[in-house]
Design a protein. Structure first.
Length: 249
């Protein structure tokens, strides 16, 4: 009887500790989306500083989900309008890659201005990675043989620097492209990694659509609508998403 009682007390204590911790396993969203209501976790704060995203408020403690979704949608619309009213301050970047892993790299990169004109649109030859996953080729159609005469990322570094200098770089899923840029620079032997301020159009569009997950404490990430899985095509699809949000009420 005493043993049963002790075990029961231990189980209750563990459950209370887990409830206080608030961490739950699994989920499709990254760990940074699990911040408690009304505050940012340490990982959230790092991410927002890293990507320079200024329009990601969290739900206030006394705010209903409906009120928060309405507020975030309004802020997403305001962000989109601000972008289009200040076109010269922004560019849009997109990439295609060899895969999704920690050793995968960029094999196509495009940057456009806010009128849809290409500034950079090029294939990228990997220096170390010599394989493109079949899954990736099925999406973007690029094969390793297509890259034989393409420049490396290091060889277009000056063009990339010029295109992004003093600009805010809008990316659909900024965290993913930022990681792949870093991995490619690392494999190419960059002595100094490029850094530029980024805005994540995916997070803004996800807030605009408003499919909020109370479990994750964040909006369900939305796929880019209208993209053709080329870097320049997806840049232009991102621009259309921004225009769509800016025209909304």
């Amino acid at each position: 009887m005493a043993v049963t009682l002790v075990v029961g007390v231990i189980v209750v204590a563990v459950l209370i500790a887990l409830a206080r911790d608030g961490n739950k396993p699994g989920g499709a969203l990254p760990a940074s989306s699990s911040a408690s209501i009304g505050s940012l976790s340490q990982s959230d704060t790092r991410a927002e500083k890293r990507y320079g995203i200024e329009f990601l408020p969290r739900r206030e403690s006394k705010e209903s989900i409906e009120q928060f979704c309405a507020r975030r949608r309004k802020l997403a619309i305001e962000w989109a309008k601000q972008v289009l009213e200040n076109k010269d301050q922004y560019v849009i970047l997109d990439t295609e890659t060899t895969g999704l892993g920690e050793k995968d790299v960029i094999i196509q990169l495009a940057i456009i201005d806010l009128d849809g004109n290409p500034i950079i649109n090029t294939l990228i030859k990997p220096t170390l990675r010599k394989r493109i996953s079949a899954e990736s080729t099925a999406i973007h159609g690029i094969k390793i043989g297509d890259l034989a005469n393409a420049p490396t990322l290091l060889e277009i570094a000056d063009d990339l620097d010029e295109a992004t200098r003093d600009k805010i770089v809008i990316i659909y899923n900024a965290e993913y492209d930022d990681n792949l840029l870093f991995q490619t620079m690392d494999q190419d032997g960059f002595h100094k990694f490029m850094k530029f301020r980024m805005n994540c159009a995916m997070k803004q569009y996800s807030a605009f659509i408003g499919q909020y997950s109370e479990y994750h404490g964040d909006f369900k990430f939305q796929r880019l609508p209208g993209g053709d899985h080329s870097a320049v095509g997806d840049c232009r699809a991102t621009l259309e998403v921004i225009k769509k949000m800016a025209m909304a009420d």
